[in-house]
Design a protein around this ligand. Structure first.
Ligand code: GLA
Length: 710
């Protein structure tokens, strides 16, 4: 398993480190410290363009090669970043047209990263040249194990530019999609507000305008901008696959924030890498949701440097960030906890951002593995050293293991974009929050879950959740029907099928193309203001632990063949169905016409577990997160205590703890932010050992048992 850091050797030369006579002498010290912390890989070079090509055509990769040589002396492998995320200043001076233009028509200036227009032919040319030069100079280095393409693509709205070349490509994209202008006018509904065109060149980019643009046009613009980001990375990948065919390519992604289709991006890569701010997140479930999403981007054809499955967290924050109002220290044990959270949910490589707190530049006060002084006796270093030691024990055991889920949440970026368009029925409907309620209900009950696009093969999942597929293409609807027809259980919700892929509202009833699947029709919907609630009255076998409100959105459902599971309690639609279930083929289609509080989703999952035979991994106290990685009958459980106090667990059968090598049985107090990595079979072999003495017995939560529960 690869375990490492993001290293910037260019920061650590004389006069910032080293000596006048040996300006690069610090690199050895760094490598020595890295080995001491159990690290075996660095990522380097991702912002180095101005240094490796200080003048146009004059390349100097020698220093980067020397840095790689130092790593070689210490047995540390290298991931090289292509340096295109930070174009050199000479390039912008010589070719100002590469600078992106914003939606107001103003040109951004040079001097920071990502100051480039991704539709610029000149930028593509220079990208090709620098990458070819980099591959020629460094591609044969024995330490090189992967390329990272660009860095942190997107963000700060750099997915979009409004340059003349963007306009040219936009029109070509529309032409390729619609072929004729009439077809485009019809599909986009451009007869509204005089938007009809007779020439491709007249189609606007959605720039700053007095009021909102045509939603169909904006949706296409998002698709086009996404395709542009993906094409740029694909172009880099193609060059490197030609020049260094045995070196896998990746790029670093963030879940749910950047404006491009991450599934499309993952298709271009050999493996997915992730930037994680986990350590500053207060809710472990939110972070788990993001990890599950990122793990799910690429489910097959994965090639990682060591041949393992999964994804890498190529930037796991080693401490605090520098952009919050108050950048408090990350508490002891938290980096370790979140490192294990990533591993437990499928990561097969972890690199910390960043090796040492920089003395220069705009990230000076970011947390690092080392503090500014570089001594290596600091708290973060010690914590990572501990993880490094643990990784040596754990890596052989988890090699080749995978997370496997029987449940799945559908997510499409196009739908997410359509839900972010202005003029929604309820601007307080937040898709991410809705999604999170479903994910939390599964996560908090220790039920593994994947994400998938609606177009994927869903047949392996027992339950598929489809929160608010507001924009649903007819092909997607057909696939959902097929899934249920063949025995699947689909759970959909309000705000589904309101528009088709062209953003046209159906005239055949809501949810579009699915009224037969759900055996009902949504005749109207009532968005509720914040603070206003209806209530749900349940019928039949649906078990409820609380009173459940109906919030944000209430669908008024006309039942046909479906069974009614719950009705609204008040208002003019009191007594009308709020939740329904329909049998369709061999499966069932459940529709929840509203949103509720988290407890409702817990109850929903408890009920679905029973009717679909889905078993949570282990029964443990609520604050413990459990995940499982498995391979050929080997099951490795991860138990994470996200609480600031210890939690008592009761082991009814002995289990082998990979991190200490001991067998645990009976009562065990998992310390604050503590982690257990356990395996049942190994313990059975060693159950002659006495259980460890628990010295610290503190006040504890309810006892959990570590039996599988039905
Ligand atoms: C991104 C970038 C890094 C750094 C971090 C800071 O992930 O890739 O260079 O700026 O953000 O969080």
């Amino acid at each position: 398993m690869y375990f490492g850091v993001d290293y910037h050797p260019e920061h650590w030369v004389f006069p910032l480190a080293g000596t006048r006579d040996e300006p690069e002498s610090r690199w050895k010290k760094d490598a020595e410290l890295m080995v001491g912390a159990g690290l075996n890989v660095v990522r380097m070079g991702e912002f180095s363009w101005g240094l490796v090509e200080p003048e146009e055509g004059k390349f100097d990769f020698a220093w980067l090669r020397r840095a790689m040589d130092v790593m070689q002396q210490f047995g540390i492998k290298v991931v090289l970043g292509t340096p295109t995320a930070a174009p050199p200043l000479w390039l912008a001076k010589n070719h100002p047209e590469i600078l992106p233009i914003d939606e107001c028509g103003l040109r951004f200036h040079e001097g920071t990263r990502h100051a480039y227009c991704r539709n610029s032919d000149i930028y593509w040319d220079y990208t090709g040249k620098i990458i070819r030069a980099q591959a020629a100079a460094l591609g044969d280095h024995p330490q090189l194990i992967a390329w990272q393409l660009d860095n942190g693509i997107g963000g700060h709205r750099t997915e979009f530019s409004f340059n003349p070349e963007t306009r040219r490509d936009w029109h070509a994209w529309l032409q390729a999609k619609y072929e004729t202008i009439d077809r485009m006018n019809d599909a986009m509904g451009s007869r509204f507000w005089s938007q009809v065109v007779t020439d491709w060149d007249h189609v606007p980019m959605p720039m700053n305008a007095p009021t909102v643009h045509n939603p169909a046009l904006v949706l296409d613009w998002m698709r086009f901008s996404s395709d542009t980001c993906v094409a740029y990375i694909r172009c880099q990948a193609a060059i490197l696959r030609e020049l260094t065919p045995s070196i896998p390519v990746t790029t670093n992604l963030r879940a749910l924030t950047r404006h491009f289709d991450h599934f499309d991006m993952a298709d271009v890569l050999d493996f997915v890498s992730v930037d994680s701010n986990a350590t500053i997140k207060s809710r472990c479930a939110e972070n788990a949701c993001e990890i599950d999403m990122l793990r799910s981007l690429k489910k097959q054809n994965i090639t990682t440097p060591d041949g393992d499955a999964g994804f890498w967290v190529i930037e796991q924050k080693a401490g605090h960030v520098n952009w919050q109002e108050v950048n408090s220290l990350v508490r002891p044990g938290v980096v370790r906890l979140f490192t294990y959270q990533s591993i437990s949910r499928g990561a097969s490589g972890i690199l910390y951002f960043l090796w040492r707190q920089p003395r220069i530049g705009s990230e000076q006060f970011y947390g690092g593995v080392l503090t500014h002084d570089g001594r290596g006796d600091n708290r973060a270093f010690q914590e990572i050293k501990q993880i490094g030691e643990e990784m040596k024990l754990l890596a052989p055991a988890i090699q080749g293991t995978r997370v496997s889920a029987e449940t799945c949440i559908l997510y499409s970026h196009e739908n997410a974009w359509s839900l972010k368009l202005p003029r929604q029925p309820n601007k307080h409907f937040v898709y991410r929050e809705h999604l999170q309620m479903f994910h939390s209900a599964l996560h908090d009950r220790n039920i593994p879950v994947d994400f998938a696009r609606p177009t994927e093969d869903l047949s392996k999942y027992k339950i598929v959740f489809a929160p608010s597929l507001h924009m649903l293409a007819s092909g997607e609807a057909d696939l959902l029907k097929l899934y249920v027809q063949n025995g699947g259980t689909l759970v959909a919700t309000c705000n589904t099928g309101l528009v088709d892929e062209h953003h046209i509202v159906p005239d055949t009833g809501f949810p579009n193309n699915l009224t037969d699947l759900f055996g009902m029709e949504v005749r109207e919907f009532d968005p509720l203001p914040v603070g206003e609630e209806n209530h749900l009255t349940f019928k039949g076998n649906f078990p409820t632990s609380h009173l459940h409100p109906a919030k944000t959105w209430c669908d008024l459902i006309e039942p046909k063949e479906c069974e009614v599971l719950a009705t609204y309690a008040k208002d003019f639609y009191a007594g009308r169905p709020a939740i329904t279930m329909n049998t369709y083929g061999l499966g069932r289609a459940i529709y929840i016409g509203t949103m509720s509080h988290q407890y409702f989703y817990y109850d929903l999952v408890a009920w679905l577990r029973q009717i679909c035979g889905v078993v949570p991994l282990l029964k443990v106290p609520d604050s413990i997160e459990v995940s499982l990685r498995e391979r050929d009958g080997t099951k490795i459980y991860f138990l994470l205590n996200h609480q600031n106090s210890s939690v008592r667990l009761m082991f009814y059968k002995p289990m082998h703890d990979f991190l200490t090598g001991q067998t645990i049985s009976g009562n065990y107090d998992l310390p604050p932010h503590g982690v257990l990595v356990l395996d049942e079979r190994a313990a059975l072999k060693t159950d002659a050992q006495p259980p460890p003495q628990n010295e610290k017995v503190e006040s504890v939560e309810a006892l959990g048992d570590l039996e599988n529960v039905p």
